[in-house]
Design a protein around this ligand. Structure first.
Ligand code: ADP
Length: 407
């Protein structure tokens, strides 16, 4: 089934056209800087080279029109009619407490996504805009919402409740939700397939290390804990986000630096993490190269990043009474042998031993085992594919609207 996957940000629409039976991507692309003087449009049909153009694209609806025009253009040989697309899968960041599965979108679902605006003010409003724009362009086919939070719905209350007055949970739904659910789900499923272990008897720790980064503990196929929380700000140190910190620091710096709430929000989300620590860059490649040139702060940023990963791995081994596998994925996890090594080194007594040669070679976007033969715990690199999860969910729900693919 041909499924269009849409991922909308505040000024961008990313898309992938996926043939779900063969799990192949037919075309992908992005419209960026929507609403700016000129927008940037990139399309990549059939794994050919990227076609890039500047255009004026004023809103998400025009971005969807641009995407449909490209897909339908006879010279591109992608689709000949909008009817060729059988479903649209939408990435929605926050499903709140309501959605534990992907759902067919109707007015009630759209209302619920809107109710979660407060929980994800940067993500859910553009996600809903994208849904409405796509419905306008493709009104006659099922639209399905796939939530970043859904996979973590299985967290037990002792893992998702914070140590604050319980009424705040009851009144405002303040709890851990977790994110990157489609990625943690995908790589854990790839591991079950590869190892031929039954998911019920398997515990894995999945490390999604991109600009945003999170770790999940997955036991018996279900997420039992994860590092991101109420929002995607907590947990690991990230590109520009702080990760975990002592909440008292917030009051202290607000007073000392005379920061407003908005300035504090910007500082923690956009000026912290690797960027804040290094004072140089948020991008791991830049940090690695500057650290090699002797920049002490860049090296410290890398050290903090890896130390936090190691701490979470240890914590989740305790939570699950050990684990069968540690999986690295996303930009840093898939491409950086150095970060992978540093994140698990010195854990031999926990049965975790990386093989340096295998680790160095695992940079080709393929599934690779990088643990040594003596390691009790498997360590793997498994490239993520969140779009494929969204497409397959959308296809399943479009064909049997009450069947949950998440069991
Ligand atoms: P997101 O999807 O969250 O924007 P990605 O999964 O694309 O992020 O990951 C981006 C991160 O991956 C950046 O920090 C980038 O530097 C890092 N990365 C990509 N390639 C490499 C590499 N070869 N070595 C180290 N880090 C890399």
């Amino acid at each position: 089934m041909l499924v269009l996957v849409i991922n909308c940000g505040s000024s961008s629409v990313k898309y992938n056209l996926i043939e779900t039976e063969g799990e192949t991507e037919v075309c992908s692309g992005i419209v960026e800087r929507i609403g700016a003087v000129t927008s940037i449009v990139k399309h990549q049909p059939n794994n050919e080279s990227v076609r890039k153009e500047s255009k004026v694209i004023l809103n998400h609806s025009e971005a969807l029109q641009e995407i449909m025009n490209f897909l339908l253009s006879p010279g591109n040989h992608i689709i000949s009619s909008p009817d060729d697309i059988k479903a649209v899968g939408h990435r929605v960041v926050h499903g709140g407490e309501m959605f534990k599965d992907s759902v067919l979108i109707d007015d009630v679902v759209k209302d619920a996504i809107e109710q979660a605006f407060d929980l994800a003010p940067l993500h859910n409003p553009p996600n809903l805009k994208g849904i409405e724009a796509a419905e306008e362009r493709l009104p006659d086919i099922p639209h399905v919402a796939v939530f970043d939070t859904a996979f973590h719905h299985s967290l037990p209350p002792y893992a998702y409740l914070y140590g604050i007055p319980n009424r705040l949970y009851r009144r405002h739904k303040i709890r851990k939700y977790g994110f990157h659910g489609t990625s943690h789900y995908y790589v854990s499923r790839q591991y079950y397939k590869l190892s031929q272990k039954s998911k019920n008897q398997t515990s894995v720790i999945t490390c999604h290390l991109g600009n945003g980064a999170s770790i999940a503990a997955i036991k018996g196929g279900e997420s039992v804990d994860t590092s991101m929380g109420f929002t995607p700000l907590s947990g690991l140190v990230m590109g520009t986000r702080s990760g975990d910190l002592d909440p008292s620091i917030l009051f202290y710096i607000m007073e000392k630096e005379e920061l407003s709430l908005n300035a504090l929000h910007a500082m923690l989300n956009r000026h912290s993490g690797l960027l804040g620590l290094s004072g140089y860059a948020a991008d791991m490649r830049d940090l690695i190269s500057e650290a090699k040139n002797g920049d002490r702060r860049c090296q410290q940023a890398i050290d903090v990043f890896c130390y936090n990963i190691k701490k979470y791995i240890g914590t989740y081994m305790a939570v699950m009474n050990g684990c069968d596998a540690i999986i690295f994925t996303a930009g840093i996890g898939e491409n950086s042998p150095q970060i992978r090594k540093k994140s698990v080194e010195g854990m031999e007594n926990l049965g975790i031993v990386i093989d340096d040669e295998r680790n160095e070679k695992a940079v080709n976007r393929k599934i690779e085992k990088i643990s040594s033969d003596s390691s009790v715990v498997d360590i793997l690199v498994i490239p993520t594919n969140e779009e494929l999860v969204i497409a397959i969910d959308a296809a399943k729900i479009a064909t049997a609207s009450n069947q949950s693919p998440w069991v």
